[in-house]
Design a protein around this ligand. Structure first.
Ligand code: PEP
Ligand code: MN
Length: 339
């Protein structure tokens, strides 16, 4: 249910609504609007009629049901686009298109520092790098774990770039959150509900990847798991889905951008590296993503892709990344945005 407060409702009226929502066994989430606040009340769906009684409280304009199964993620609750602040000068969801770039995995100090310097020089805003790697095979490189997080922090100190890195289980989530600026939930974990709840309790922005067999509705339900625990800073990431097509590693669903934009206020980022699996296809998909309205991109860049421990074939060399960024800027500016 959404409790729409009257424009200019007093704080004591709002506090009373919050108290009553909790008393009825629901969790309130205040969403500040331009002219009025709305309060999302989430909890057990079965006796939501109880909330209707709040309509008689002072300062309440109306109580309306949220029709979608996802509530806090829905545009019904919040029409304006959400801005997710990463650092003093990096915000995702605004006029600036945000570029996250770096290697699939952190491999060594030299490799992550070289990558960070290269992507920074080309104009990236955020460094990416996996320290805990969820590999399809147990015999593949599993990542440097905490040592990798320390190296990412070193690269951040050197370049000023915040970093995004993956969290693979609830047990190590706090450890990762102690270092990272953004917690990535990978495609393979996007319906790991215990993990979603855990990152929902942490106070760090979350980059939630779409699972490879996930519908848009299921994707938004996963975002809802995070938000319903109190963490509203969720960034959605389309990274390709499984189809019958084998010419690309996955099928990058660019139509997800306008579809999501119609359903949610959360920012949408595209990962063309995992989406295509081939470095030749990354630049054209970046340009197309911007044209389709993506708020940002996450791209794999490696100083020596031929010898990468993971995802070399889809990683751009720094010079290619820099050339791509120069052309991307033209598309971004044509759309009236900045890079
Ligand atoms: C990654 O970002 O390196 C990764 C493993 O991504 P995904 O979960 O989308 O496969
Ligand atoms: Mn990868």
């Amino acid at each position: 249910m959404i409790i729409v407060m009257k424009a200019g409702a007093a704080k004591k009226d709002k506090d009373e609504v919050l108290r009553r929502i909790r008393e009825l066994g629901y969790r309130p989430h205040v969403i500040h609007g331009e002219t009025r606040d709305v309060i999302g009340a989430v909890g057990d769906e079965r006796d939501k009629a109880l909330l209707q009684s709040l309509e008689s409280l002072h300062g309440v304009e109306k109580v309306v049901p949220i029709l979608q199964p996802y509530k806090l993620a829905s545009k019904e609750v919040k029409k304006e686009a959400s801005l997710v602040r990463i650092s003093d000068d990096v915000v995702i969801g605004g006029r600036q298109v945000i570029m996250m770039a770096g290697p699939c995995s952190v491999e060594s100090e030299q490799q992550i520092i070289d990558s960070a310097l290269a992507v920074k020089k080309a104009g990236a805003h955020i460094l990416r790098g996996g320290a805990f790697k969820p590999r399809t095979s147990p015999y593949s490189f599993q990542g440097l774990e905490e040592e990798g997080l320390k190296l990412l922090a070193k690269a951040r100190d050197l370049t000023g770039l915040p970093f995004v890195t993956e969290v693979i289980d609830p047990e190590t989530a706090e450890l990762v959150a102690g270092y990272a600026d953004i917690l990535q939930i990978g495609a393979r974990n996007s319906q790991n509900f215990a993990l979603l709840k855990k990152v929902g309790q942490l106070r760090k922005p979350v980059l939630l990847k779409r699972g490879m067999s996930m519908s848009i509705q299921e994707f938004l339900m996963s975002a809802e798991y995070i938000m319903s625990e109190g963490n509203q800073a969720v960034i959605l990431c389309e990274r390709g889905i499984r189809t019958f097509e084998t010419a690309t590693r996955n099928t990058l669903d660019l139509s997800a951008i306008p579809v999501l934009k119609g359903k949610t206020h959360l920012p949408v980022v595209i990962d063309p590296s995992h989406g295509t699996g081939n470095h030749h296809y990354v630049a054209p998909m970046c340009y197309a993503s911007v044209a389709a309205g993506a708020d940002g991109l996450i791209v794999e860049v490696h100083p020596d892709p031929e010898h990468a421990s993971s995802d070399g074939p889809q990683s751009l060399k720094p010079a290619k990344f820099e050339a791509m960024m120069a052309k991307l800027r033209l598309f971004v500016e044509a759309d009236g945005r900045t890079l």
